[in-house]
Design a protein around this ligand. Structure first.
Ligand code: NAD
Length: 317
């Protein structure tokens, strides 16, 4: 039986680093990849994965129907960390090993960039200078402000480390966080309401689940401090974009830095395009050179580990 690694992920070209590719070939794998640069229709994705031993997955869906009949499948490695597109229960039941890569440095740096861009009005300044316009806009300093991190996992904690140099007061809300764990990173564990009332900047680093869907709604924004900023590098569906736009237009919020959207790729009617006090990016916070390179190696090594009867490098279970 041939051992196949399938790359249905539309960004596979960036991921198939020559070194990771060679690791898989040396281990006796055959590689089947989505060369189109676009998301595959479900039937083509199914055709690509049906005989695979392992899958390197992006944000495409792997539900029970997609996994049906994939009897040779032993490993699914997500080239990222978000697994909200995976049916983890079915994968576990089928004995499929599931792993992720590590991208917390890249995403935490990107959150810092969006946060500072929004506070300094960077997108407007850049656009105006290029158009020969010498306009100045209000700027805020981050130094000494209160930053609230919602979701104190890998990325939230890395952001907390990076913020130390700005002498900020750090608040953290995470249902699985205790005071000691927060204090290790000089953060104070608080309730969600306390965080919203006190923070000058709120940064989201939690998963999208049925329970967190549209968590940032009109009520959430009303509880935030006047003139605060929102940064979202997590998942677009955490935020009710219409309510965010209303808060930005009314001046309740001073600005926002957004990498992820309710509908991706964004459509021209996205309500956020109406507001200027935002720094926007196309869901690319994790796409640094270093993360792509290290991630490709971690994917290949994880698949080889599973072939050798071991766990993926960063196993989910
Ligand atoms: P993680 O699993 O290490 O941390 C997530 C944290 O959120 C955990 O500590 C968990 O306890 C906490 N959490 C769960 N439910 C919560 C709730 N209701 N309220 C507050 N906290 C809650 O994950 P991570 O690697 O830090 O990733 C965080 C998010 O970033 C994920 O949603 C992931 O999909 C997203 N992400 C986005 C990009 C991008 O390119 N923009 C890249 C990587 C990750």
């Amino acid at each position: 039986m041939k051992k196949i690694v399938a790359f249905p992920f539309r960004s596979q070209k960036a991921l198939m680093h020559p070194e990771s590719r060679q690791m898989l070939l040396d281990a006796g794998f055959e590689i089947v990849a989505n060369e189109t640069g676009a998301a595959l229709p479900a039937d083509q994705q199914k055709e690509m994965i049906k005989d695979a031993y392992a899958i390197v997955a992006g944000t495409e869906k792997y539900d029970a129907a997609m996994l049906e009949g994939c009897d040779n499948l032993k490993a699914v490695i997500r080239f990222g960390v978000g697994t909200d597109n995976f049916d983890l229960k079915t994968m576990k039941e089928k004995g499929i090993e599931v792993g992720v890569i590590a991208n917390h440095d890249s995403v935490a740096e990107f959150a810092m960039m969006l946060l500072l861009s929004a506070m300094k009005n960077a997108p407007r300044l850049d656009r105006d200078v290029r158009q020969g316009k010498w306009a100045r806009y209000p700027q805020k300093e981050l130094t000494g402000k209160t930053v609230g991190i919602i979701g104190f996992g890998r990325i939230g904690r890395r952001l907390a480390e990076m913020l130390q140099g700005f002498k900020v007061n750090l608040l953290a809300y995470d249902p699985y966080l205790n005071e000691e764990k927060a204090a290790e990173l000089h953060a104070k564990a608080v309730t969600l309401d306390e965080l919203l009332e006190q923070s000058d900047v709120v940064s989201l680093h939690l998963p999208h689940t049925p329970e967190t869907d549209h968590m940032c709604n009109a009520d959430f924004f009303a509880k935030m401090k006047d003139g605060a900023y929102l940064v979202n590098t997590s998942r677009g569906k955490l935020v009710d974009e219409k309510a965010l736009v209303a808060a930005l237009e009314s001046g309740k919020l001073s600005g926002a830095g957004i990498d992820v959207y309710e509908v991706e790729p964004v459509t021209p009617d996205n309500p956020l395009f109406k507001v200027e006090n935002t720094a926007l990016a196309p869901h690319c916070a994790a796409l640094s050179y270093e993360t792509n390179y290290n991630g490709a190696i971690v994917c290949a090594q994880s698949i080889i580990n599973v072939l050798n009867g071991e766990k993926p490098v960063n196993p989910l279970f």
